[in-house]
Design a protein around this ligand. Sequence first.
Ligand code: FES
Length: 371
Amino acid sequence: MLARIPQTRALHWLGRQLFNRNDPAAFFDPLLETLNPMLVQGQTLARVEQVIQETSDTRTFTLKPAARWAGFQAGQHVNICVEIDGVQRTRTFSLSSSPELWAKQGLVTLTIKRLPGGLVTNWLHDNLSEGQVLGLGEAFGDFLLPEPPQPVLFIAGGSGITPVLSHLETMAAQDFRAPVTLLYFVRTQQDIIAAERLHALERRYSALTLRIIATDESDKPRYLKSQDLSTVPGLKARQVYLCGPKGLMDLANKQLHEHGIRKKDIHSTFFSTAAPALNADLANQVLGGKVQFGKSNLEASSEGDASLLEIAEASGLSPRHGCRMGICHQCSCRKTSGTVINRLTGKASGPGEESVQLCISIPHGPVTIEI
Ligand code: FES
């Protein structure tokens, strides 16, 4: 009986701690993390199960997310969070596995290329190994397969194959009954990512036509040709999915347009999103201005098209962010005054209080931001 009194008190104390807090996870997470990192509630954690070297600069990381992770659709992205030198870093990557693998084995894969000067990609390659744990956000993005099935053309370049692998695995698993063609551009044969998986898909999924085109294996670079498109059967009836470097995507968009493919039938994912030129009117205006970081009590001046995120980082701040491309909304924060220009649309914001994405917002005169 005596032993039960402290136990009851302890439970009451825990109950009060829990219910007096707006965010119980903030209280319990450190405790749970000590017991088992996969139990943390504030963030879904994922354990690295396997690391596969795909090419000299690309690895596939197989992850086992904690069970509460909500899953994904083929073609979606996730934010991952790792701690590098004591600082939490978030980046956005496409999932390269199919939802079937998640449903059956509770596993997902990320296929990540080392980027020159890329802080996070290089860290992942140099440090992330089996048994380690990283933070995983919920999946997002609308680079999704057509419903109901329609003929599809994928044009991918380099590591832009990542979401396409997820699509193809899904199509094969669901027996997606419509013609599917993949034009995959790589610099050399050694740069083919997931070569075995692609060839295995080609063997077992009869709807798939696979063409791998090496661009740098002859004297003259071999880019996407109009003929590559005209030889795709029933091109005009296809939904086209683009993912790759900007040069390839620009060329593909131009040639698809010349072949009469409508804009609404072309789908691009963030890897290929090019920042459109600013509106002609705005391009002639002076960009930049004085930026007041309200909460940090800091002020900075900028000229030209530096984003609020770049200005904040240059001022020694570390705002939360992910993709740096206007996709993940991790960097959204409150602007309390001033006008910014959206780098993707070229449009100016209103002058008042609103939420803005730091990574794609360029000051247009004095701006105050709540970071
Ligand atoms: S960092 Fe992803 S939207 Fe800004």
